[in-house]
Design a protein around this ligand. Sequence first.
Ligand SMILES: Cc1cc2nc3c(=O)[nH]c(=O)nc-3n(C[C@H](O)[C@H](O)[C@H](O)COP(=O)(O)O)c2cc1C
Length: 478
Amino acid sequence: MARYFKYKSSADVCADAAKLGHDLKATSDLSPLFQPIDVGGRTVGNRFCVQPMEGCDGTPEGFPDELTYRRYVRFGAGGAKLIWGEATAIEERARMNPRQLLINEATMPALEEMLADCRQAHVDAGYSTNDLLLGLQLTHSGRYSHKTPLMAMRDPILDLVTIDKATGKLVAADKPILTDAELERIGELYVTAAIRAAKIGCDFIDLKQCHRYLLSELLAAKIRPGKFGGSLENRLRLILDVIRAIRGECPDLVLATRMNVFDGIPFKGQGDEFVGQPITVSLPVETSFGAAADDPSQLDLTEPLEVVRRLVDAGIGLINVSLGNPYACPHYVRPAEMPPVDGYHAPEHPLLGVLRHFEATAAVQKAAGNVPVVGSGYSWLQDYAFEAGAANVRDGRCQFVGLGRGSLSQPDFAANLEKHGALNRKTVCRTFSYCTNLMRTKDHPWGQYATGCPPFDKEVYGPLWKEAEAKRVVPKAN
Ligand SMILES: Cc1cc2nc3c(=O)[nH]c(=O)nc-3n(C[C@H](O)[C@H](O)[C@H](O)COP(=O)(O)O)c2cc1C
């Protein structure tokens, strides 16, 4: 298959963007990335964000394990001042996989230790924690809960590709959605989880509304009956109630949200080349947030931007923008050179995927005013990610540059940029999807392989990769 990334300079990337009909800016002056910024009344020392990156390496009970502690020590030592802790479930039923972190009374001390280790590593590497912002992403996995889907709505599109892990089959046509009372209970669980997160030392919590997990699905639930579906007011009712309650309980906690501003629709690989094509859907599409009803491949940010304004009014102090669905349309979430095992070959130039992120994020930053916004989807740009990021920050198109896959391969990316003005070429993520492939490997005694970067964090993840491949549970990328 075509290799897309052939650039020798950021100017080459910008020239390719122009050929694709887009305006991409990059600058070798990285100074905008080293300016401090106020986030919810706290100073954050630079504009580097470690994105939430699940290692799927907790214990079956949801405690962090050896590799989890290791990851946060590496992130802490890496120099980024915004460390966005990974998806952490608010209850057992809400976990996306059997090794996802869980926040409850039992796990609190271990999670507290994990955060403390991260801060200590920051200090040991010569940084101050006064301007470090460290938090956790609180999640309910909704239709992607690993035991059985817990859905906010029956979605005529996503239901076609949602497997019920309890049966191994497509979700049954008569499976009920969560009731209003169940959603209210989930709201209470969010508040309890936030109080616990504040107690163990989180500077912020993220009310996760992305990637079509529960609160993300609720944003799209136009066809849900009752008080949590239909109108935008109804779809926002739960998140706004949760925000209000947390603000009352934890006035000092910075409230953040990672939100989808575009869900897209599912893609499937087609033909000998297995190139992704959108599945056939009937129009207008009603259940894809941020997608144009008559052409769901196009963004319509009217509602997402209204949601941003209302969340800011309600007290959200930090926003992280994402797109797509990691199971149904991964190319929107993380533009990649090679697809993950459950994916398809790129239906578009991955640079278009990066530009979609940048353009959506710029619109969100404009709507959010003084509330800082984190941009996503940078890893595919490899060595040039931060030249583009510096231009985005300089031009007010976002306030933080988030690194996802690249932070697994090079957790000290910020320190390298600070010391050498460049990333360490040897460990720059090439977006070959090794990390996602390990994440998709379930044939492990605990039902889930831990993930990281097999090519560049070889000592730890090389053997895991070999083991997974030997069992032939990780098919070669299509
Ligand atoms: C292994 C892996 C784990 C991830 N874990 C999370 C997570 O816990 N929460 C989340 O919102 N996104 C998660 N993501 C998505 C990333 O945060 C990020 O949005 C995506 O990889 C695109 O950014 P990038 O191009 O810098 O990699 C994960 C992605 C991968 C590959």
